[in-house]
Design a protein around this ligand. Structure first.
Ligand SMILES: [Zn+2]
Length: 526
């Protein structure tokens, strides 16, 4: 959960539908980027409207990274490329998502996103330009638009009009089927075409596209190491080596002997101080206890349940998937009475509710009531707890299928009653890891340099990958290496050791094709 609770009203099971009326006539248009004839059933105005709605969903559910300098640097660089590309009049927007997950993606209408996670693993402005160029390429070549058009023609309900983003995910990943439609999986040919366009746009702006090829190498190594799937946008390509090869061929054919820009050091300085890995200030799991240092509260989830922390809400479900809990926060006026708040909440969200009772939870005034709601999955019954802590109202909703209600009712009550003020000093003081720079003092190997910088032995592979080096590679005096502060390795028994922050789920990319939680470790357990 983000500290500044976004101004939204958690509307249970309310579906937002971007109702866009589609032109039913077939249209064949020449693709501006590729020159090919495309099947296009979506006008540019519709594409832009669809993109704008999707962008609101993306930024609200995933959250933007709060760093003005970095945001304008990435945006300015991306816009310079986009405005020279084939669709300069789209309302281009290039943004940095606050997520440790390594990912980049684009949605129709001109919206391009990089996560802080992917930026951390880049080593030059040219690499970033290549990836931005690739994503811009998906938009200029209208890959999504064509897919939506083809699906429409095939009568599959994948049309723009059916893009639906639910506010909560009771059973299964509704969010994925909702936002997921915006992240249509591109074909191998689409990816290859985007690589070609990425090279073209890089060269047009004077950057060296071999840096982009090198970055694909990093992603490849990442996939091998983590054992996880590589990010979704890469995984459609069976062989990242082919991809590197393809890019290098294009470069040798197109670059000539121009001198091209890389900007390594300057780029790394831009990354200094950027949060690396999960940010525990926005909540982390310590065993089955969720602790939120910025909002100073804790809540115990049932043992064995999966917990996912997103900027909007914390979700939890048992492995069986037949029940769900969600925790959200909403700003309220100081002194708001919990029963009044509860009634308003239920009414605003059109939820049927039963007789409740005023209780005290962790010393806070609270109200608890049963509720029921009709959903596409059938009737859901649950228990809701509302806790008022100063200027924030917390809503804790537990729900399940009608026939399972009896077996979960007590569990829901226990969770609601576990809400308490966070007083654990170590948790309150916890700080995220940040990227720092280490200038190599004398010629040595990467491994030795990392150790000299204060890193632990077990983090050498991770740091080497972060710098696109092998541990045994030589590094020269003055080379600027990216390291992590405080160091990734932690002494056993060291005090501030939050467990399972990283394993609590990839935050907040559940809706994207990338299920990768890489980097898999940001906090080691003691
Ligand atoms: Zn792609």
């Amino acid at each position: 959960m983000a500290k500044t609770v976004p101004p939204f009203h958690p509307s249970l099971l309310k579906l937002y539908s971007l109702s866009i009326i589609l032109i039913s006539a077939l249209a064949c248009a020449t693709n501006p980027a590729t020159g090919k004839k495309d099947l296009v059933l979506v006008s540019e105005a519709q594409e832009v409207e669809m993109g704008a709605s999707a962008d609101r969903q993306v930024t609200q559910s995933m959250g933007l990274y709060d760093d003005e300098d970095l945001a304008s640097y990435v945006s300015d660089t991306g816009l310079r490329l986009a405005r020279k590309a084939e669709r300069p009049n789209l309302p281009w927007k290039v943004q940095v998502i606050d997520s440790p997950v390594v990912n980049a993606f684009a949605i129709p209408g001109g919206y391009v996103y990089l996560t802080r996670g992917i930026l951390a693993y880049m080593n030059s402005e040219a690499a970033m330009v290549g990836i931005l160029g690739h994503e811009i390429g998906h938009i200029t070549a209208r890959h999504s638009v064509q897919q939506i058009s083809r699906a429409q023609l095939a009568g599959i309900g994948l049309g723009v009009g059916s893009i639906v983003v639910p506010d909560v995910r009771p059973f299964g990943d509704l969010l994925q089927t909702g936002v997921g439609l915006l992240f249509l999986k591109f074909s191998r040919d689409d990816e290859r075409e985007s690589d070609t366009l990425g090279v073209r746009y890089s060269l047009a702006a004077g950057y060296d596209p071999t840096e982009m090829a090198a970055f694909f190498g990093v992603l490849d190594r990442m996939g091998e190491r983590s054992g996880n799937d590589v990010p979704g946008w890469l995984s459609t390509h069976p062989d990242p080596e082919d991809r590197e090869e393809h890019i290098l061929q294009l470069v040798s054919a197109q670059a000539g002997n121009r001198s091209l820009v890389v900007k390594e050091e300057e780029f790394k300085r831009r990354l200094e101080g950027v949060i690396f890995g999960e940010n525990p200030r926005e909540g982390f799991m310590d065993g089955n206890r969720f602790k939120h240092p910025d909002l100073r509260f804790q809540l115990d989830f049932p043992t064995g349940w999966n917990v996912q922390n997103t900027p909007r809400a914390v979700y939890s479900a048992p492995p069986e998937g037949d029940a769900a809990l969600q925790l959200t926060g909403t700003p309220v006026e100081e002194g708001t009475r919990p029963e009044k708040y509860a009634t308003r909440f239920f009414q605003q969200n059109k939820i049927e509710f039963g007789t409740g009772e005023r209780i005290r939870v962790g010393g806070f005034p609270a109200y608890r009531a049963p509720f029921r709601v009709r959903s596409p999955q059938g009737v859901l019954i649950g228990e809701a707890g509302f806790v008022i802590d100063g200027e924030t109202a917390y809503e804790i909703l537990g729900y399940t299928y009608e026939q399972r209600y009896r077996s979960y009712r007590n569990t829901f009550h226990t969770v609601i009653e576990s809400f308490a003020r966070l007083t654990d000093r170590r948790a309150l003081d916890i700080q995220p890891h940040r990227i720092a720079l280490y200038p190599v003092p004398g010629n040595t190997t990467a491994r030795k340099a990392f150790l000299d910088s204060g890193a632990g032995d077990e983090s050498i592979d991770e740091l080497a990958l972060l710098n696109n080096l092998r541990p045994e590679d030589p590094v020269e005096t003055g080379t600027l290496l990216k390291v992590v502060d405080p160091p990734l390795s932690r002494q056993p028994g060291r005090s501030n050791c939050p467990c399972s922050a990283a394993r609590s789920g990839s935050r907040p990319f559940s809706g994207s094709p990338s299920r990768s939680t890489f980097p898999g470790w940001s906090w080691s357990c003691c």
